[in-house]
Design a protein around this ligand. Sequence first.
Ligand code: DX5
Ligand code: ZN
Length: 225
Amino acid sequence: MPSTTPRCCINPSILSADFVNLEAELARIANADAVHVDVMDNHFVPNLTIGLPVVERIQQVSPVPLDAHLMISEVDRWAPKFADAGLASVTFHVEASDAPVKLARELRARGARAGMALRPATPVEPYLDLLPELDMLLVMTVEPGFGGQAFLDVMLPKIRRARAAIDGAGVDVAIQVDGGITEETITRAAEAGANVFVAGSAVYGRPSPAEAIDSLRAKGRLAFG
Ligand code: DX5
Ligand code: ZN
């Protein structure tokens, strides 16, 4: 069993924020545990967002730590640069990495938490031996690329198997879920064993993002136990 009970975290995604007013949008989520920054290259996923220069500037003004989700090709080359920018957490997709163990070690050596993401069709089993190299496993609960999609309940068994493996190995690895997290679906994800919840539309789509964060956190805590 892990030495400490994993903490329930709510990480709003700025993909659903107003990109023209990012500093003000960050101030609206100051009660979040971290801000989830979706980097897309129109190659690994069919959408394009922001790159390193903008993320560096967000890092300078954000009231909460940054949790970058890199949906990009050639991630072995790019991800360390995000860690060098001082980000608290950098997550790469295993499908885009040639050397995930080497990359995770590089991220940690630069002072960032190392996260590894799995697309919905990527099984967790081939990667269980890598858990000690990671601080976070991201189980995508939609196909990456766009906000506002419906939560894939078919991912719940993968979350359960990942939680069982993490607890069985006694390692301190967070399980993040990303995509379709709402006040309804967060309960199922937390019961399955997720403890870090990304929410874009369910936070920025509300009149008060800060209240939405508090409400999601209360529901996540209740279910995660
Ligand atoms: C999708 C992104 C998500 C997205 C989630 O590829 O990785 O972080 O912003 O948005 P919602 O919460 O609206 O599904
Ligand atoms: Zn994301």
